[in-house]
Design a protein around this ligand. Structure first.
Ligand code: PLP
Length: 438
């Protein structure tokens, strides 16, 4: 019964695992092992030759990670997933799996600062060009596309701008031109299912809402199994031509019996094998624990964040509130309602009247909120991006990603709303005083 459910609350508890076959353990065991004994030499060579699928070595697969992969695949309605060591690894591998030196991707400008750095600097050194475009007009993606474009990339609810990405509009352009859309859905698990709107690949930093308790760094890549890589063979030579790193395997052919999973199997057996950014089974266990209560927590995050956005909107020390549920622009409103359901997320940004001095004073005065470089924790968190997460960007780049000097980002937790508002209120008073003194 549970296995057939379409309800995220049930899937998050049951998909991919029932009980341990030998001990009957109900909690998913942590398979804390580097390697797995082969039955005999034939078994070993079959596994390496991909004639048979099974566990070889934890850098490439692990049964605890496998449950996490299956569970998130089921939640997203995808074909298969790959657990990796961090959200950054997920973003990097999702692109490197189909793009190499001389290729390009088109990305939305509204990005997490770490992804911006990866795209702007590290990918450039590797010869992969990233063409940044403003997602306000989806047609910008078409205009930036050429024969060497291998993917479109965007965040569902970009941190810190919090304007919802036009998923279907850009996915449709990509399907017309043969370009898959990769969506970073880190800020909106449960609330948005990007495959339902045409995305081909989803990446997550599981560090955030999926883990939910601030204990572990991890990432996931989910393959929608809905993109026809063979139809666009010229655009994707890495999936359609013999791979010299795997006895000349042509991935779209080699894994056909397993379903539409060429993209994700290639990522596992080549990039995870070579780059080594594997998720540890102990961390996978933490993410599985987190998933169990994710639908419940997202409801509370959304409810509290909505109340915080309303409170901030009416506050005299605040000039602007960024919240997916509070956009005044009609198109932004439409996108939020079209792509998010069950709430508008747990992130709230706002600008203080007093700029940099007020931003610092506000953060320093917080008592219950934690001042950390993280989002998606059960606890309420705050940060001043201009001096932290986005400090390595130029002032122009900061503005392009939505960060001004007085901008503060809140990740609203699941504490009682009265305590959240009380802490914000007293810190806003301190920020007001700092502005007056300046
Ligand atoms: N994507 C988004 C939207 C993020 O907010 C972050 C981290 O803040 C990442 C990716 C990177 O994830 P990680 O810190 O797990 O590498």
């Amino acid at each position: 019964m549970a296995g057939n459910s379409k309800n995220p609350e049930t899937i998050a508890l049951h998909a991919g695992y029932r009980a341990d076959e030998t001990t009957g353990a109900v909690a998913v065991p942590i398979y804390q092992t580097t390697s797995f004994q082969f039955r005999d030499t034939e078994h070993a060579s079959n596994l390496f030759a991909l004639k048979e699928f099974g566990n070889i070595y934890t850098r490439i697969m692990n049964p605890t990670c496998d449950v996490l992969e299956q569970r998130v695949t089921a939640l997203e309605g995808g074909a298969a997933a790959l657990a990796v060591s961090s959200g950054q690894a997920a973003s990097a591998i999702s692109v490197q799996n189909i793009a190499s030196a001389g290729d390009n991707i088109v990305s939305a400008t509204d990005l997490y600062g770490g992804t911006w750095n990866l795209f702007k600097n590290t990918f450039k050194l590797m010869g992969i060009e990233v063409r940044f475009v403003d997602p306000a007009d989806p047609e910008n993606f078409r205009r930036a596309t050429d024969d060497k474009t291998r993917a479109y990339y965007a965040e569902t609810l970009p941190n810190p701008k919090l304007t919802v990405f036009p998923i279907k509009e850009v996915a449709d352009i990509g399907r017309e031109l043969g370009v898959p859309l990769i969506m970073d859905n880190t800020a909106a698990p449960i609330l948005c299912r990007p495959f339902d709107h045409g995305a081909a690949i989803i990446v997550y930093s599981t560090t955030k809402y999926i883990g939910g308790h601030g204990t572990s760094i991890g990432g996931l890549i989910v393959d929608g199994g809905n993109f026809d890589w063979e139809k666009h063979a010229d655009r994707f030579p890495m999936l359609n031509q013999p791979d010299p790193s795997y006895h000349g395997a042509v991935w779209t052919e080699a894994v056909k019996p397993l379903g539409p999973v060429a993209y994700i199997i290639k990522a596992r057996v080549t990039l995870l094998r070579d780059l080594g950014s594997a998720m540890s089974p102990a961390n996978a266990f933490q993410f599985i624990q987190g998933l169990e209560t994710l639908p419940l927590r997202m409801r509370e995050h959304c409810r509290n964040a909505q109340a915080v956005a309303e409170f901030l909107k009416g506050h005299p020390a605040v000039t602007k509130v960024s919240f997916a549920g509070a956009h005044e622009d009609a198109e932004q409103k439409r996108r939020a309602d079209a792509y998010l359901s069950g709430g508008y997320g747990g992130l709230v940004g706002f600008e203080l009247k007093g700029g940099l001095a007020a931003g610092r004073a506000f953060i320093d005065a917080l008592e219950m909120f934690y001042h950390v470089a993280n989002i998606g924790d059960a606890r309420s968190l705050a940060i001043h991006p201009a001096t932290t997460t986005h400090s390595q960007l130029s002032p122009e780049e900061q503005l392009a990603t939505g960060v001004s000097e007085g901008y503060v980002r809140l990740s609203i937790g699941i504490e009682h709303i009265d305590d959240i508002l009380q802490d914000l209120d007293q810190a806003l008073e301190a920020a007001g005083a700092a502005k007056d003194a300046a």
